[in-house]
Design a protein around this ligand. Structure first.
Ligand code: OSB
Ligand code: MG
Length: 374
């Protein structure tokens, strides 16, 4: 397909409620969107980088710079036939997976539209609906957290994930478990612990957690494998898994028993499918993580979650939990059974509200192919 235009923009979107993790609080999202036009069709991609390089090395500003000066011109100068061609187009660029995913995912979206099939079908999805969980940030108090859990369970969500850190862990699990003994409960430390905390982490085993996500360093496999030997609770890796090779290393070293797949973190749909397949072949279940996405990234997460080995509820939940008004229509909704029905219309299946996107845009740049100057 001939690339006619790549339009990059930054949007400001305030969250309905601030979201607190062990590395900080997010109240306002600065979201980068890519709009790729080709042969009368428009594909959209969303950058999941945070405002600061705290979850990973990328940030809104670093991704913007890399897309504008490196990836955008490379894509504009190429003629990809498939989303999967982007890995080759971007092969000279090291790292920067969230920046790469922004453009690659837009090409997959375009390809699905061109083929007249849904994005989930193009990816090889087998489900028509996905099981949903929620990720609950650190709260000011335990009673406040309890009220939120009550509301999310009443809405139908199948799994509750609690963000945790030293000082917001055992007492919280104790209170939640005694009130709801049977719910699917997990926790996510975002690297808040060290190996010297192993005795403390062993105490998590008392609460029948589905998993503990990324307890140790963001870039580690080895110490997680040492820790997993001491824990009954399965470790799930998020930050550590950047690609298929990482997944294979982690599985072989027994650093984890479950993998969280995030499109941005692994660099887009091609690598996400590769991680999914590697895990499936080795009997390791996966689920789709969230990065406080707007409707575009959320639509992509829904399509990805249709793949067979996404057998555990993910963090992909309703638009209204994040935004007063989402930038897609229909907004993403969750049924009372805690499921999202995967759209079967061509492409991502959710229309972008272009007027709203335009109003929320704070900067915009059109990227053209680099022309050789004589
Ligand atoms: O580790 O899963 C994470 C949000 C920002 C950074 C990291 C993480 C998260 C979430 C949010 O857990 C999940 C969501 O989008 O609801
Ligand atoms: Mg996580």
């Amino acid at each position: 397909m001939k690339i006619d235009a790549i339009i990059l923009r930054e949007l400001h979107l305030p969250l309905v409620r601030p979201f607190e993790t062990s590395f900080g609080v997010t109240a306002n999202r600065r979201i980068v969107l890519a709009e790729v036009r080709s042969e009368g069709l428009t594909g959209w991609g969303e950058c999941t980088a945070g405002e600061h390089p705290f979850f990973s090395a990328e940030s809104t500003d670093s991704a913007w710079a890399v897309i504008v000066s490196e990836l955008g011109p490379m894509l504009a100068a190429s003629t990809p036939e498939h989303g999967g061609d982007c890995q080759k187009i971007f092969r000279l660029v090291r790292g920067n997976p969230m920046a790469r995913a922004t453009l690659e995912n837009a090409i997959w979206d375009l390809e699905a539209q061109r083929e007249g099939i849904s994005l989930s079908q193009l990816l090889g999805g087998v489900r028509d609906k996905i099981p949903c969980g929620v990720s609950l940030g650190i709260q000011a108090s335990i009673p406040e957290l309890m009220a939120i859990i009550e509301r999310e369970l009443a809405a139908g969500y199948q799994r509750i994930k609690l963000k945790c850190k030293p000082g917001w862990d055992l007492e919280v699990f104790e209170k939640v478990r005694s009130r709801w003994p049977g719910i699917m409960l997990s926790c996510d430390a975002n690297s808040a612990y060290r190996l010297r905390d192993a005795d403390h982490l062993v105490e998590f085993d008392a609460f029948d957690l589905l998993m503990i996500e990324q307890p140790l360093w963001h870039d580690d496999f080895y110490y997680h494998s040492m820790l997993q030997k001491r824990l009954e609770t399965p470790i799930c890796l998020d930050e550590s898994i950047r690609n298929r090779r990482d997944a294979l290393a982690a599985i072989e070293m027994e650093s984890c028993k479950i993998i969280n797949i995030k499109l941005g973190r692994v660099g887009g749909f091609s690598e996400a499918i590769a991680v999914h397949n590697a895990a499936q072949e080795r009997g390791i279940p996966v689920w789709c993580g969230g990065m406080l996405e707007s409707g575009i990234g959320r639509a992509h997460n829904i399509a990805l979650s249709a793949l067979e080995n996404f057998s555990l509820p993910g963090d992909v939940s309703a638009s209204a939990r994040y935004w007063r008004e989402d930038i897609v229509e229909p907004e993403i909704e969750v049924t009372s059974a805690g499921e999202i029905v995967i759209p079967d219309s061509p492409g991502r299946g959710y229309e972008v509200k272009t007027d709203l996107v335009e109003r929320l845009t704070v900067r915009k740049e059109e990227i053209r192919a680099l022309e050789l100057v004589g």
